[in-house]
Design a protein around this ligand. Structure first.
Ligand code: FAD
Length: 277
């Protein structure tokens, strides 16, 4: 279908984007367009103004920020996947960015768009949640920082308001003692996850500590599998506890019960893979 008519503006800076967003209540940002354009074409949304931030070079970077790696919101998935800084300090993020969609999607889609879209089936939100990352959001009152745990608020909704723009994402540097894995079950190659698992922990006294496990598509937002984390820290069967406290959806890809099964299997496998790596 052809999208409903809209006005189109190209933002020349973050400040300009914020000011354009302030002009219309229903204005929408356009980054890589790989989630927005399908919604426009389905006429699921009909914004009267599109603010194109896709050319804001100032938001495309991967930088060393001391204890963290800072990633500009307009950094394309392909650039996240191949950034040497991430490959060295947080290979979980670069590995997962390289699993998103196909080469065309990875060369257009951005990390900021992926997070701001708030799709519980997306890969990077769960990774950010497992890593306790942070998101910077700019609006008329300046920039505020939102912890990953507070950022994802529901299906297609986040803590970023309609007049705000996500500007930067920060993830911790993982030391040499960290182990990690990301596993995703999908029915077709290059598709969204039916269920995905991001797992990270520190090796400690023959086991692990500070285990973090986040699940894709096991609720309205990415969710931490806290019972499985506790079990992994204790050297117990984390897979068996993977779906505790989750509310997975039933849709055309899988029933809620099958998703629970997938979560239990994938968490067990992710832990084995992390420890083997
Ligand atoms: P856009 O589509 O431009 O925007 C998406 C939403 O976020 C819009 O509401 C927009 O207004 C808002 N937005 C964008 N940037 C910002 C910002 N900086 N601040 C605030 N709001 C912003 N994703 C996966 O995780 N895994 C997959 O396997 C996967 N497969 C895909 C396969 C196909 C065929 C396609 C088309 C997409 C796939 N995606 C997948 C989604 C892809 O990663 C998208 O690129 C991503 O979800 C959105 O990023 P974008 O830059 O394209 O955002």
């Amino acid at each position: 279908m052809i999208p409903a008519a809209f006005d189109y503006e190209v933002a020349e800076s973050v400040g300009h984007a914020v000011s354009l967003l302030g002009e219309r209540e229903d204005a929408k940002l356009l980054a890589g367009g790989h989630s927005l354009l399908p919604l426009l074409r389905l006429r699921a949304i009909r914004p009267s103004l599109i603010v194109d931030v896709g050319r804001l070079e100032e938001l495309s970077y991967v930088r060393d920020a001391g204890g963290t790696v800072a990633i500009g919101a307009l950094t394309r998935h392909q650039d996240v996947a191949t950034a040497p800084l991430l490959q060295e300090h947080n290979p979980l993020v670069s590995y997962v960015a390289g699993l998103i969609g196909d080469p065309q999607v990875r060369h257009r889609g951005t990390i900021g768009g992926s997070l701001a879209h708030g799709d519980p089936a997306s890969d990077l939100p769960a990774v950010l949640l497992a890593l306790d990352g942070e998101v910077d959001v700019a609006g008329a009152d300046g920039v505020r920082t939102v912890a990953a745990v507070d950022f994802f608020t529901g299906v297609f909704t986040t803590a970023a308001g309609p007049r705000e723009i996500v500007t930067e994402i920060r993830v911790p540097k993982l030391g040499g003692g960290h182990v990690w894995s990301y596993l995703k079950f999908h029915r077709r190659a290059q598709d969204w996850a039916t269920v995905g698992v991001a797992a990270v922990a520190e090796r400690s006294n023959g086991g692990v500590s500070n285990a973090a496990i986040a699940l894709v598509n096991m609720g309205a937002t990415p969710v931490r599998a806290t019972a499985a984390e506790a079990a992994w820290n204790a050297g117990e069967d984390a897979g068996a506890a993977a779906d505790v406290g989750t509310e997975p959806p039933t849709d055309t890809n899988a029933s809620a019960e099958f998703r629970r099964h997938l979560a239990r299997v994938l968490v067990g496998r992710a832990i084995l893979e992390a420890l083997a790596g």
